[in-house]
Design a protein. Structure first.
Lengths: 276, 536
């Protein structure tokens, strides 16, 4: 409770949390408010916003409801962002823990692999992966996670390196626990908080990467994505600029919200740490 | 200052107006051809192989038709719709076994060697017939080319070949390449494929990957007065939205092949100094076609194909996707073709109820989720419009309970998936009608075509009657009988739907109004531009 209270003390965190809450509400409400296919043709093409109240944001080049697409696009963006971040954190934490706890050759090998991944720009990696395997939601998530797990891995390893020298770890060794059990039951849970602090950055980056992939036509073509909406709107940028601007604003707000909320979490834990 | 009736700004505006008014007659006068100048045009793709004798496609012609010439070019008012280029006249024999070309005298290759009938014989026998994507069909029975003298080439065919077909094929298929450049080594690997040598009004000068192609004036061109331009630069602008901006900024003077998106045309037509031209593509009609993989058991059923045809609102496609710059299609020959088109074919009006009924009759009832079956839909990535039609088709099929999943590929992967691997159920393709159904239209439905031939029947469709009709038409010499057979062909295709023709469209050019002699033949964008000029 106290932590939550501390979290809501900074205005940034409140703003971030509000935006995120709104976004989650939009994503959850999308199938209720706009049942059926959001890509169905709902009216005349290129209807400007605020002309027809059943289509408040107007329609795109094919006459699809922009608001419905925006709502359903929130689902894709959030799903990809969260799933990719979860995958990256999981892989990163496991690799980092193994490397830090085992030390020696295993550490060397795992960290060199991490280095190798880190030297390749993550967007390039995602681009190459999707264009080889073919675009679908799962592939896009995997592609983004592929470039994002190295940060958590390095942080987890550094944390594990300090924790493994603690007395309770030595104690666990003495009572004969399996090293893997020590690593994942005793060390990892304690090494997690700084790793989790990376999550907001990863989620934000993942949402942006997904949008960029969709913009380049490498998103899942059977789903509405904000990046895809921007790309499609681009062909009519001069005549109907809102088709690109609206999903663009949604994207900016989302990334901002995730980032601010993440900052809030980091700050509140930092305060707790300094207090304890 | 404020007390003065004439402000400085007012004075400037006034004098500018005066200047403009005196400049007006100059603009009017400027439309007489003028020598010199560099024409900068937008190029949206960078073909690697620039040899039009091997790759007869508009992307290649756009650049290399200025360098490598054909025997004849399409014309609005010439006899049989042709005007002479390297050939001055052409004559078919009554038995359909030979065609005699009289060639132009005094033509020189860009390297200074004289152009002779040996070059024509070499091009026809060594390049068009064995290597060219379209020539393989049209010249399949070409046996020999006799060259009684330097300016006569006589094509000899093993089987009677309709002269009408050869004539219609001349503008696109008869690019003549120099024998002395190509006779050594493998023709496909010849360096001249990337830096073509021809007889045309422009020489190939330079190519910088990702930046531009540059063509320079051929001072020794056979028409002494032409070309008017000193240089043509193809500025590579792969981003379609940038062409309009580049035109407005006067960085380029011409954007052909609808490089300016259709949605921008209305706005751009109001920009002073720019003009929108819809003419000059009459001989390059693209067809929006739903390609069908008949290996899928659902799609092998005629009722399902009819249902899909009824589910497509062609008027919507023309109005919304093409913004009116297209026409609805009735069959495999476009409405604007003067020789072969017939409207007397089965038609499939937009009728969702009928489509649902047909699918029910075919035994594909809706499941509890409202879906009948799922399909893989591959829209060709070449045009915005093919991609958008893919999105539309998905929705149109969803309405009748067919769950189409779109698979997006880049150009190379799309070619492979559809024409080699057959990994599609439905595909959206843009085949081209080239003035005669035998050139590139019958292969869309004919059986027995090897895997990997692009824009051909790779859907596994086989109809013995249709094959027989195509074979008969290919040997029919009499022009009116042949035309009649192709009318029958249109009826059969529309009735059995090996593929679904949705719309026909052509391209739009946008140019600065200083560019003269635009769109003066039906294949203007891919003709030689010898008489194109820059005024002012």
């Amino acid at each position: 409770m106290k932590r939550l209270h501390r979290f809501f003390q900074t205005p940034e965190a409140i703003a971030g949390a509000l935006i995120l809450a709104l976004l989650v509400a939009i994503a959850l409400a999308a199938p209720l408010l706009f049942p059926g296919d959001p890509q169905a043709i709902a009216g005349p093409a290129l209807l400007p916003p605020l002309q027809n109240w059943s289509l408040p944001l107007g329609t795109d080049r094919l006459g699809r409801d922009v608001l419905a697409e925006l709502f359903h696009g929130a689902r894709t963006s959030l799903a990809v962002g969260l799933a990719a971040a979860a995958a990256a954190l999981l892989v990163g934490a496991v690799v980092g823990t193994l490397a830090g706890f085992a030390g020696g050759l295993i550490d060397e090998v795992l960290m060199r692999i991490t280095d190798a991944f880190q030297t390749v720009p993550s967007f390039l990696l995602a681009l190459a992966f999707v264009s080889i395997v073919g675009p679908s939601l799962g592939v896009v998530i995997a592609a983004i996670a592929l470039g994002a797990w190295t940060g958590p891995a390095r942080v987890a390893r550094a944390e594990v390196l300090s924790i493994r020298e603690r007395d309770y770890v030595a104690g666990a060794r003495v009572i004969g626990m399996h090293p893997l059990e020590i690593a994942f039951r005793e060390v990892l849970p304690n090494a997690l908080p700084p790793v989790l602090a990376l999550s907001s950055v990863i989620v934000a980056a993942a949402i942006l990467t997904e949008a960029a992939l969709s913009f380049l036509g490498l998103g899942d073509p059977n789903r509405v994505t904000w990046g895809g909406m921007i790309a499609e709107g681009r062909t009519v940028l001069r005549t109907a600029p809102l088709l690109s601007i609206v999903p663009g604003i949604a994207l900016v707000l989302t990334v901002l919200g995730v980032y601010l909320a993440g900052e809030g979490v980091v700050e509140s834990t930092a305060v707790r740490r300094s207090l304890s | 200052m404020s007390g003065l009736p004439i402000s400085r700004r007012g004075l400037l505006a006034g004098s500018a107006l005066l200047l403009a008014s005196t400049a007006l007659p100059a603009i009017g006068r400027a439309q007489t051809p003028k020598k010199g100048g560099r024409l900068i045009v937008a190029a949206d793709s960078e073909p690697r192989n620039l040899n039009p004798a091997i790759v007869a496609s508009n992307g290649v012609f756009f650049i290399s038709s200025k360098v490598v010439e054909t025997l004849a070019e399409a014309s609005f008012d010439g006899k049989d719709g042709l005007q002479p280029r390297l050939a001055l006249s052409w004559e078919g024999s009554a038995d359909g076994r030979s065609v005699t070309f009289k060639l132009r005298d005094g033509v020189k290759w860009h390297d200074g060697k004289p152009f002779t009938s040996a070059d024509v014989a070499f091009s026809a026998l060594q390049v068009w017939k064995p290597l060219q994507n379209l020539g393989r069909t049209v010249f399949k029975d070409l046996e020999a080319v006799d060259t009684p003298d330097k300016l006569t080439a006589v094509f000899k065919f093993a089987k009677p070949t309709p002269f009408q077909l050869i004539r219609n094929a001349l503008p696109a298929l008869s690019s003549v390449v120099p024998k002395h450049v190509y006779e050594m080594g493998k023709i496909e690997d010849n360096p001249a494929n990337n830096a073509p040598v021809g007889t045309g009004p422009f020489k190939f000068a330079e190519y910088k990957a990702g930046q531009y192609y540059r063509l320079a004036r051929n001072d020794a061109y056979w028409d002494k007065d032409e070309p008017y331009l000193d240089e043509i630069v193809y500025q590579v602008l792969p981003d379609r939205t940038s062409a309009a901006a580049a035109l407005e900024a006067e960085e380029i003077q011409l954007a052909a092949f609808s490089a300016v998106p259709l949605a921008d045309l209305d706005r751009i037509s109001k920009v002073p100094g720019l003009k929108v031209i819809t003419k000059g593509y009459e001989g390059l009609t693209y067809q929006l076609v739903v390609e069908i993989n008949h290996r899928r058991k659902e799609l092998a059923d005629l009722k399902v194909r009819q249902a899909i045809a009824h589910a497509i609102d062609k008027d919507f496609v023309v109005k919304t996707i093409f913004l009116g710059y297209a026409a609805t299609a009735t069959g495999p020959v476009p409405k604007n073709d003067p020789q072969f088109y017939t409207a007397d074919v089965p038609i499939y009006p937009f009728d969702v109820a009928k489509a649902n009924e047909l699918l029910d009759e075919a035994g594909y009832k809706r499941a509890d989720d409202g879906k009948r079956f799922a399909l893989k839909l591959l829209p060709a990535p070449y045009f915005n419009e093919t991609k958008q039609f893919g999105d539309y088709l998905r929705q149109a099929l969803a309405v009748i309970g067919i769950d189409a999943q779109i698979v997006n590929n880049d150009s190379a992967a799309h070619m492979k998936a559809v024409y080699t691997d057959h990994a599609f159920d439905l595909a959206v393709g843009p085949p081209v009608f080239r003035g005669d159904p035998a050139i590139s239209t019958t292969i869309l439905v004919q059986s027995g075509i090897p895997d990997g031939v692009p824009f051909s029947n790779q859907g596994g469709y086989k109809n013995a009657d249709l094959d027989a009709l195509i074979a008969k038409a290919s040997e029919t010499l009499d022009t009116s009988a042949r035309t009649g057979l192709y009318k029958e062909f249109q009826k059969m295709v529309a009735a059995d739907l090996p593929l679904i023709n949705v719309a026909e469209w052509s391209f739009i050019s946008v140019a600065r109004d200083t560019v003269g002699n635009i769109a003066n033949n039906p294949r203007w964008a891919v003709s030689n531009w010898a008489d194109t000029f820059l005024a002012g």
